[in-house]
Design a protein around this ligand. Structure first.
Ligand code: ADP
Ligand code: ADP
Ligand code: ADP
Length: 213
C-alpha cells in the first residue's frame, strides 16, 4: 500500500503511523522527523531548514522533495509506504506523482486527519516526543508509563522547540494556505478518505484501518 497522511499539526498523524506501519509492514517516511534529525546533526540540509522550522513556516519544496526522493531510493519499500507530513504543497504533490509514475506506481489512499483548529493547542503544547523514534506522548491524553521517558527504550523525552502556542499559529496558517489545496488535489483524483481526527486515539485507529483495508 502507498498511503499519505495529511492533517494539521497535532491531528494525530504520528500517533497512528506506527499502528498502520506494523499492520501492513510499510516504510514510514516522516519529513518532519528527517528534518529535525538533520537540524540536530547540523548537516547542510539541517542548517538550511532550521530557520523556517523554528518560525513554523514550510521548508522549500526543493529541499523536502530531495530528502523524500533520496529516502525512497535508499529504503526498499516493497510492501509500500506511509508518507507522514509530505506532500504539504501542490508542487510537492506533483513532484511525488512524477517520481511514482517513473516506477509505474501510484498513491492508493490519502487519509485526511480532519479536526477543528481549536483542539490543537492543547494537544501540541503538552506533546512530548522521543526524538530518535519519533514516538509521541501527551501529558494528559497519552502519558508515558514511567516519568518522562520513552516506554520502549527508557530514553528521555523532549518537547519540540516549535510546539508553542505562538509557533503553532504560523504552522496552522501554513497548513490552511499551502496544504489544504493538496487535500483538494487528491479529492479530485478520487483517493481521499476523511477521518474524524478529534475522536479518541483508538476510535481514530478503527477508522484508519477501515478506510485502508
Ligand atoms: P501530528 O503527528 O499529527 O502532529 P501527534 O500524533 O504527534 O500529531 O499528536 C499530537 C499530540 O496529541 C500528541 O501528544 C499525542 O499524544 C496526542 N494525540 C494524538 N492523537 C490523539 C487523539 N486522538 N486524542 C487526543 N490526543 C491525541
Ligand atoms: P507537525 O507535527 O506540525 O505535523 P512535522 O514534524 O511534520 O510537524 O513538521 C515540522 C516542520 O518541518 C514543519 O513546520 C516544516 O517547517 C517542516 N516540514 C516538514 N515536512 C515538510 C514538508 N513536506 N514541506 C515543507 N516543510 C516541511
Ligand atoms: P537550538 O537550541 O540549537 O535551536 P534545539 O535543541 O532546540 O536547537 O533543536 C532543534 C530542533 O531539533 C528541535 O525541534 C528539537 O526538538 C529537535 N531535536 C533536538 N534534539 C534532537 C535529536 N537528538 N534528534 C532529533 N531531533 C532533535
Amino acid at each position: 500500500k502507498r498511503l499519505i497522511l495529511i492533517g494539521p499539526p497535532g491531528s494525530g498523524k504520528g500517533t497512528q503511523s506506527p499502528i498502520i506501519k506494523e499492520e501492513y509492514c510499510l516504510c514510514h517516511l516522516a519529513t518532519g522527523d528527517m528534518l529535525r534529525a538533520a537540524v540536530a546533526a547540523k548537516t547542510p540540509l539541517g542548517i538550511k531548514a532550521k530557520e523556517a522550522m523554528d518560525m513554523g513556516e514550510l521548508v522549500s519544496d526543493d529541499l523536502v522533495v530531495g530528502i523524500i526522493d533520496e529516502a525512497m531510493k535508499k529504503l526498499s519499500c516493497q510492501k509500500g509506504f506511509i508518507l507522514d507530513g509530505f506532500p504539504r504543497t501542490v508542487v510537492q504533490a506533483q513532484k511525488l506523482d512524477e517520481m511514482l509514475e517513473k516506477q509505474g506506481a501510484k498513491i492508493d489512499k490519502v487519509l485526511d486527519f480532519a479536526i477543528d483548529d481549536s483542539i490543537l493547542e492543547e494537544r501540541i503544547t503538552s506533546r512530548w516526543i522521543h526524538p530518535s523514534s519519533g514516538r509521541s506522548y501527551h501529558i494528559k491524553f497519552a502519558p508515558p508509563k514511567v516519568a518522562v521517558v520513552d516506554d520502549v527504550t527508557g530514553e528521555p523525552l523532549i518537547q519540540r522547540k516549535d510546539d508553542t502556542a505562538e509557533v503553532l499559529k504560523s504552522r496552522l496558517e501554513a497548513f490552511h494556505r499551502q496544504t489544504e489545496p493538496v487535500i483538494s488535489y487528491y479529492a479530485k483524483k478520487g483517493v481521499l478518505a476523511q477521518l474524524h481526527a478529534e475522536k479518541p486515539p483508538k476510535e481514530v485507529t478503527t477508522e484508519v484501518l477501515k478506510v485502508i483495508s
